[in-house]
Design a protein around this ligand. Structure first.
Ligand code: SF4
Length: 347
């Protein structure tokens, strides 16, 4: 294993994706679908990876935007960004204990597009699309087609929320809610604003990390005009995911007074080391993002090779506490089916 994380934590320079129209976020999103052959060629990886990549791609398609690919080290199959997106032969293994719906979300799905697990908040499947397909995703088998938010379904969601006065927060998730064009987002947020007992809007997204151009003036305007308190929860697993374009995108959010948090997943070979997690927290904070959650791996079918035992995760977390000030240590949690809150992993 090449210890890439230690050697390459300096922020790579932004590669001028920002200005030319040709690279607007929607074009980058469209072009994020790439074949295993093209990715292996572009990143100068050994041909021996092709067969496995094709097999994994059949199960869950390969999708990685160019700005994110540009942060990877060429010729390095162990690059921590590449390892999150490169399909592998291991995905075809049927490993006991790794299932299609590890969080049993189908049991908390009262109406299409809405997941209601907790007392005061609900999650909306803002989009079934993502700009990047993360191989470890606990929703890689999620029935997005049955949960798309059409205008009609948005009306159903509003009706449902009107009847739930205890709910004061909506989490826009997915898929990635920012894969939705601004005009549709504006419509959704406008409809939600009709529900007077809603106070906060949380946006769970990877888009500003993988396509920083997604932070458009229209999006900023729409969110700052809305009556909601807006909280962003980014999904960043390694310091190398943050370059100057990501820093600039986050700066636009914090300059609008919006809170930006981060949740990561502890992943074997990606960030399961003290130096990687320390550097992640430091780089997040330098970027204006507060480390919030470090999730234990959800045992999803096709991704068992990412699993880190709770014992290892807890030991690493205790080391992190010695290394960092408290405000930089994310909470180590596990999401468990049918629980009314996340479980802190401690001993
Ligand atoms: S839902 Fe999130 S974790 Fe899953 S593939 Fe999309 S961006 Fe990745």
């Amino acid at each position: 294993m090449i210890p890439v994380s230690e050697s390459s934590v300096q922020l790579p320079a932004d590669k001028t994706h920002e200005n030319s129209m040709e690279n607007s976020w929607q074009i980058l999103l469209k072009e994020s679908q790439i074949s295993p052959e093209a990715l292996i060629k572009e990143l100068e990886l050994p041909e021996t990876y092709l067969e496995g990549a094709k097999a994994g791609h059949q199960l869950f398609s390969l999708r990685v935007p160019k700005p994110y690919r540009d942060r990877m080290q060429k010729g390095n199959p162990y690059d921590p960004l590449l390892m999150q997106v490169l399909p592998l032969q291991q995905e075809t293994l049927d490993v006991p204990g790794y299932v299609q719906d590890p969080l049993e979300e189908s049991g908390s799905n009262p109406i299409p597009g809405l997941i209601h697990k907790y007392k005061s908040r609900v999650l909306l499947v803002g989009s079934g699309a993502c700009a990047i397909n993360c191989r470890y995703c606990f929703r890689r088998h999620f029935p997005y087609a049955d949960n798309g938010l059409s205008n009609e379904r948005i009306e159903q969601v509003v009706e449902y929320l009107q009847g739930q006065p205890a709910i004061n927060e909506v989490i826009l998730s997915g898929g990635d809610p920012l894969a939705t064009p601004d005009n549709r987002l504006r419509n959704l947020i406008g409809k939600l604003a009709e529900v007077r007992h809603l106070k906060r809007l949380r946006i769970h997204t990877r888009l500003p990390v993988v396509i920083p151009q997604r932070i458009t003036d229209e999006l900023l305007e729409m969110l700052s005009e809305s009556r909601f308190k807006v909280i962003w929860v980014m999904h960043i697993n390694h310091a190398n995911e943050i370059d100057t374009a990501v820093q600039n995108a986050v700066k636009q959010l914090t300059e609008q007074g919006m809170t930006v948090l981060n949740q990561s997943v502890i992943l074997k070979g990606v960030n399961d080391s003290l130096s990687a997690l320390t550097q992640l927290s430091e780089t997040l904070f330098d970027t204006g993002i507060l480390p919030y959650y470090l999730h234990a791996f959800d045992p999803v079918k096709g991704a068992s090779h990412f699993d880190v035992s709770d014992q290892e995760a807890i030991e690493l977390w205790h080391e992190l506490q010695k290394e960092l000030p408290g405000f930089l240590v994310p909470k180590l949690v596990r999401e468990e089916p049918k629980r009314e809150h996340k479980t802190m992993l401690l001993y």
